[in-house]
Design a protein around this ligand. Structure first.
Ligand code: HEC
Length: 215
C-alpha cells in the first residue's frame, strides 16, 4: 500500500474528550462515502482510483493526519474538502460526475474533520481510545515529571491509536508514560491499551527504568 502521508496519532490531541460530537463517522460519514464514493473508491468493489478507498478503515486511517487528505481539526486545510467543494465541471471535484455532496453532507464532513476525524466514537460515548493528555487532568502523582523513562516506543490503544512514549511506571491500573515532547507524565488506564501494549507495560513495570541522572 503506498504511503502518502505519515501515519500519525495526534487525532486525539485535537479532539476534546468529553464533548458530544456533532458528526459521528459510522452514523454520518460512512454513509456519505458509501453513497458518493464507493463506486470508484471501494476495496470491496475492487475500485481503487488513485489508490484511495473509503471502506477499509485501516487504509482510510493512513489518509488522516497532517499533510494528508484529511487534516484532523482543520477542514479548511484538508485537501479532501477542496475536492468535495470544487465546482461541478472542475475536474478535481469528487465525485467527478453526478451529484456532489449536498450542503448538509458537506457540513457533516466539515464538522467531522473539525472534531478530529475520528473513526471511532469519542471516549465520551465509548471508552477505549487514548485520553487526551491534558496536564490539568494529569494530577501530580508519585512519579515526578522528570522521572526516568525507558527509550520511547509505540503504545497502541484498544481502538488502534498509537503514541510514542517511554515507560515510567505503573500506578495501580494506570500506566504512566513519558512522551518526548511533553514534560508532564502521560497517564493511560491499562484497560485502554491493546493486549500487546498492556502486556508490555506490565513487563516494563517488573523491571523499571534505572534512574539515569539528569534525565
Ligand atoms: C466515478 C468515479 C469516482 C467517484 C464516484 C469518486 N471518485 Fe475520487 N477519484 C476518481 C478518479 C478517476 C480519481 C483520479 C483523479 C485524477 O487523478 O485526476 C480520483 C481521485 C480521488 C482522490 C485523490 C485526489 C488527489 O489529488 O490525489 C481523492 C481523495 C478522492 N478521489 C476522493 C473521493 C471522494 C471523497 C469521493 C466521494 C465523495 C470520490 N472520490 C468519488 C473517481 C471517482
Amino acid at each position: 500500500m503506498p504511503v502518502r502521508c505519515p501515519l500519525l496519532f495526534f487525532l486525539l490531541l485535537l479532539a476534546p474528550a468529553a464533548v458530544l460530537r456533532a458528526a459521528d463517522f459510522k452514523r454520518d460519514i460512512a454513509p456519505i462515502f458509501k453513497a458518493k464514493c464507493h463506486e470508484c473508491h471501494s476495496e470491496k468493489a475492487g475500485k481503487e482510483k488513485n489508490g484511495y478507498v473509503f471502506d477499509n478503515l485501516e487504509r482510510l486511517k493512513s489518509d488522516i493526519g497532517p499533510s494528508c487528505q484529511i487534516v484532523p481539526g482543520k477542514p479548511e486545510e484538508s485537501p479532501l474538502m477542496e475536492l468535495l467543494t470544487a465546482a461541478a465541471g472542475d475536474k478535481r471535484r469528487m465525485p467527478p460526475k453526478g451529484e456532489g455532496l449536498t450542503p448538509k453532507e458537506l457540513k457533516l464532513m466539515r464538522e467531522w474533520i473539525r472534531e478530529g476525524a475520528l473513526l471511532e466514537k469519542g471516549p465520551s460515548s465509548k471508552p477505549g481510545g487514548l485520553p487526551p493528555p491534558k496536564p490539568a487532568e494529569n494530577k501530580p502523582g508519585p512519579s515526578k515529571p522528570n522521572a526516568p523513562a525507558t527509550p520511547p516506543e509505540k503504545w497502541t490503544s484498544t481502538t488502534g491509536e498509537v503514541i510514542e512514549a517511554g515507560f515510567v511506571a505503573m500506578e495501580g491500573e494506570t500506566v504512566v508514560l513519558k512522551m518526548t515532547n511533553r514534560s508532564q507524565p502521560y497517564r493511560v488506564p491499562l484497560s485502554r491499551l491493546n493486549e500487546e501494549s498492556r502486556k508490555r507495560a506490565l513487563e516494563r513495570a517488573k523491571s523499571p527504568p534505572v534512574s539515569r541522572g539528569g534525565n
